[in-house]
Ligand binder design. Sequence first.
Ligand code: UDP
Length: 324
Amino acid sequence: MKILITGGAGYIGSHVVKQLGEKGYDVLTIDNLSTGHKEAVLYGRLEVLDLSNKEKLKEVIKSFSPDAVMHFAASIEVAESVKNPLKYYRNNTANTLNLLEVLQEFGIDKFIFSSTAAVYGEPENVPVKETEPLNPINPYGKSKVFVEKILEDMSNAYGFRYVSLRYFNVAGADPQGRIGQSYKNATHLITRALKTAKGEYKKLYIFGTDYPTPDGTAIRDYIHIEDLANAHIVALEYLLNSGESSVFNCGYGHGYSVREVVEAAKKVTGIDFPVEETDRRPGDPAILVADNSKLVNNLNWKPKYDDIEYIIKTAWNWELNKKF
Ligand code: UDP
């Protein structure tokens, strides 16, 4: 079975490539390497290509002739999307449209889409179900909602089938330490905390201590990258077995506060790194936790690493030993 992966050299895509390779799928990665790393692609071939290059994209897709496509390539920084929205509408929305038009032309009708909890904005009901209204509060979230709407229309019009996976807070690394998160300016809490423990930053800032939560800091649902990658495999196999178009939240269904994550990071690393409390970061909701019952019940997803210390342990191992 041939699977095309865009963004397969990135953090999430590379873990999915690894799991597909381990399961014997024939994988082709397309990545422009703007933030990805060629060393992260552990299985199959890598084609260095930007999705804006529609003619080259056609050639590659025609010659590989995939059975299904998994689309990870995207820009992912919320703050950058506020400053430079057109970059997000180009990379995340327009380039996805290019890809979808090419798939339509060649009759490729199975598609897995990397979506995000940012599509919900500040949800009224937590844990969040997939039926919660889509009210994104930044261009990043909007750029993903636009694609979800396009996919819905394609599914209604052409018999095209897709699964959209809305990720909550993804963290951790390959338990064997071969791949993990590798961005130049990491902004995510766990990576920031570990880089502070390592001495790359002087201190870790806690953004906001006046949230309506038990300890005043924001709560998030942290999911291990391996479990998230496995959600893609079960979603793919669902589509390959004639499953209908659908949308699933990806999280564990419970969360940790920023203070709890910081304490866990200190425990795992054994380093009492400096922490300073400061103002809220604009646009951060108080609590974002997934209701994952649809993924668990409909796709029989069985998460294995629902343990914040294990998540941090694998990320710490990567941070200390990473090769790229
Ligand atoms: N956060 C923090 N300090 C940091 C980075 C993040 O206090 O250096 C907080 C952030 O305000 C949010 C939570 O940690 O409440 C998770 O943030 P992250 O950027 O990891 O993911 P997000 O939920 O924004 O996707």
